[in-house]
Structures are given as C-alpha cells and as structure tokens.
Design a protein around this ligand. Structure first.
Ligand code: SF4
Ligand code: SF4
Length: 424
C-alpha cells in the first residue's frame, strides 16, 4: 500500500476527537479518561490520530513538505499503541487510524526522513540481528545451564522464542528462564534457537522499516519450517503480535501462543501444581500488542465500493479489528489461580488499556515522553492499592521498572510467569 491508498480514510475522518479518549461509556474518572498518550503529552491536535489524518491528507494533496523536522516529530512521536484505533472503531468500522499512522512512517522512512536515534538501532539490527545494541553472540546467554533443547541441534515441536528484550536485558532473564523451565518440566517438547534466534521484526515494522521487518520475518518462518516446528511460544507481546498478526500475511501457519496462554492451558490440564501461597494484591497491565493488537490475522482479499457517493461497502465484508478479541482472560485466569493473589483492576483495562510507553520506537527517540507514559500507568496502578503491577511483556516491564526507579516508587514490577514459578 501507499499513503495515497489512505485518502478515503483521511477524508472520512469526521474530526469528532473520540480517538483522543477511551470510549465515553468506559470512563470512570476524569484523571484516567484519556486514551492517547501522544495527545495527552503533546497537547496539540496534530499529535492524535485525527491530526495525523489531516496531515496525511495534506501530504497527499501536496500542501505540506515531506522534508520537515516538525512533520518527522509528529509522525514518530506516537507509540503505535492503537488506543485511538479502538476508540475510533466504537462508532466507525470503515477507517483504519493505526494502519494510517504506520503507512505515514513507511512513507517517511522510504523518503529517507528517518530519525538519527532510530538509525543507531537499525544499523545495529542489520549487523547483529537485535535491537538491544548487544553482540549477536550473547543472544543465548539467558538460557545458560537450563538443559533445554537447542532447536538447530535436535528437532522439537514447540519453539520458545525469548525475543530481544528478554535475551539481552539481564534483569529480565528470570522471566524467560522460568517460562522455558515450566514448559519443559510440564513435558512439553520445547526447544530454543539460542544464539541463532533473531529479532522478530515487530519493532522495526512499527517504526516504518518494512524491508528489515520482512527480512527477519522470512528468515524466522524458513527456519521454523525447516526444523518442523508446530507451535511458537513467546513471553514478549511484540513478538506475539509479529507471529500472530504479521507473519500469517507472509504465509506462516504455526500455532502461536503467548507464554501466559500456554500456562493457562497447562493449569487446566493439571500439569502445573501450585504449592505455597503468595499473599499479594496485584494489578494487571494489558500490553498493547497482546491485548487490543493481539487479535489474530484474518485474510481478506476484497474490494471497497462506494454506494450513492456516500456509503462505503466492502465486498466481501472486511475483518474488523476492534481490539475486543485480544488476549485478556488468560493472564487474569492464571493470576486468579495462584493461591494468595488478589487481582484488582485499573480503570483503563483490556482494549482500553493505557500504553506502557515503550512502543513504536518512542523509547529510543523520545525517552522523556516514553518515561512520562510509563509513570502515568504507575500512577493508575497505585490508585488501585496494589503493591505490584504485573504484566506479560519485557518491554512493558523494562519501562515500568525504569519509571518506578526514577520516581522512587515502591511499586513492584513483575511478570505473570515469575509468580507462577514462585508458587510451584
Ligand atoms: S480518527 Fe476517528 S475518532 Fe479520531 S477524529 Fe477522526 S473520525 Fe473521530
Ligand atoms: S497509536 Fe497510541 S499514541 Fe499513537 S495516536 Fe493512537 S492512541 Fe495516540
């Protein structure tokens, strides 16, 4: 696609501003009523889905210059969290705010309008296959001493993909180690790619680098096919989104599960037995790419038609990604099954959850905005009285850990899988 293909969407934005807020019937307080971190932080309409439609239209009509620093900032100072997309689709199903933002990014990167801060990571990715500025050779270190199969040496049905964040962020290694160990001990035929694992490409996709994304996606699909992999499991919501929503467009047909979905399955099958109680009040943060963007890909090859110059129809009807069918219940069911855990909910949850602030290349290019977004979520978590914010994504965990440290907060930041392992 090209930005020109979004002209119909751009023209159909009615400037209602709903994309700035969580849906009005979901608002519980003024304090936590906004859904879009970009508009909340920048306080100017250009930094919303609405504003980006207006700017995209101006670009298509040649009314503004593609080569401006301000345009670059507006396009990239967005977390690609998709909250606008969900809010917009409460009433409007035939316009795609998030896809439009992603297309603007592709347009800019294609024209060389890239952020220098992003290029540091892109250059590293091209050389070392990861977005963490770490040498490729260290990729499998997180699993040292685990006695888990290496998929390139022996076949396995299930591949556990740690992802860049869990592979290189040593503070988060326990989560990846717990996940692989629990799967193995439950009798799952699981293996890892170790040092041969590479970035899933999800992050570069959201930053507008389509060529890099495709290269990593196609390599992973080929490797898993060669090894006879049937199921891919990951603890990272970004990787889950790539495998579940993006890779099928390239012909991938693997079962894709987030670790927390596999844990829920093992608990139901009686393969995970809980021992000691963990008396703790926790609140759960829905990662954007597991929640509202966690809906599975549905193929569609149809045409758009305009009836009477006004009504848009799709033949056959287009799949609707409203966020409602994301992965919300599995993490909550796992938490509720842990003895002693009391789950209390924040105001913005499930498809209306506030973003952690790490997505879309924002943490790399705009760390203050990224940290502010995470701090907002910690405030919301604190308002529940919980002593821990629990999530299921390394990127969310890292951003929350940093926000808690910066603010000197006492809030614990945990992964669901850590709590499961503690109680076994
Ligand atoms: S993008 Fe959608 S929700 Fe936002 S102003 Fe336009 S029509 Fe309204
Ligand atoms: S993707 Fe998120 S940050 Fe970007 S405009 Fe939409 S709600 Fe705002």
């Amino acid at each position: 696609m090209a930005l020109e293909d979004f002209r119909r969407d751009q023209e159909r934005c009615s400037e209602c501003n709903s994309c700035k807020w969580i849906p009005f019937d979901q608002i519980k307080s003024q304090r936590f009523a906004i859904g879009c971190p970009s508009i909340a932080y920048n306080n100017f309409t250009g930094y919303s889905a609405r504003g980006r439609f207006a700017i995209g239209l101006a670009l298509n009509e040649g009314r503004i210059d593609l080569y401006s620093d301000k345009l670059q900032e507006i396009v990239f100072k967005c977390l690609t969290c998709g909250n606008c997309d969900v809010a917009h689709k409460v009433c409007r199903y035939d316009v795609e705010p998030l896809d439009h933002i992603l297309e603007m990014r592709k347009t800019l990167t294609g024209a060389g309008q890239v952020l220098l801060e992003h290029m540091i990571y892109i250059d590293h990715l091209r050389k070392e296959d990861n977005m963490m500025l770490e040498p490729k050779a260290k990729r499998g270190d997180w699993a040292k001493g685990l006695d888990v199969k290496i998929a390139t040496d022996e076949p396995c049905e299930v591949i556990y993909h740690a992802g860049c964040r869990f592979s290189f962020d040593e503070e988060l290694w326990p989560s990846a180690r717990s996940a692989a160990t629990i799967l193995k001990n439950a009798g799952v035929d699981v293996g890892i790619m170790g040092k041969d694992e590479a970035c899933c490409g999800s992050r570069v996709h959201s930053m507008g680098f389509e060529g890099e994304y495709r290269k990593f996606a196609e390599n992973a699909i080929d490797a898993w096919k060669t090894q006879g992999v049937k199921t891919v499991v990951t603890s990272c919501s970004d990787c889950y989104y790539a495998f579940n929503r993006l890779y099928p467009r390239l012909g991938a047909h693997f079962e894709v599960l987030h670790t927390v979905q596999y844990l829920e399955r093992l608990i139901k099958e009686g393969k995970i037995k809980f021992g000691k109680s963990i008396p703790m009040k926790v609140t759960y943060h829905d990662p954007c790419h597991l929640g509202r963007q966690g809906e599975s890909y549905v193929p569609w090859d149809g045409v758009a038609k305009k009836i009477k110059g006004q009504i848009n129809l799709f033949n056959p009807p287009k799949p609707r990604y409203t966020g409602a069918r994301g992965v919300y219940d599995a993490p909550r069911n796992v938490l509720k099954s842990i003895p002693g855990i009391e789950l209390v909910e924040m105001e913005r949850i499930r498809e209306y959850a506030w973003c952690c602030g790490a997505g879309g290349g924002v943490r790399m290019a705009y760390p203050e905005f990224s940290g502010w977004t995470a701090a907002e979520r910690i405030e919301e978590a604190k308002s529940t009285g919980a002593e821990a914010i629990v999530t299921t994504c390394g990127h969310c965990e890292r951003n929350f850990l940093d926000a808690v440290e910066t603010a000197g907060e006492k809030m614990k930041v945990l992964d669901v899988v850590q709590l499961v392992e503690q109680t076994m």
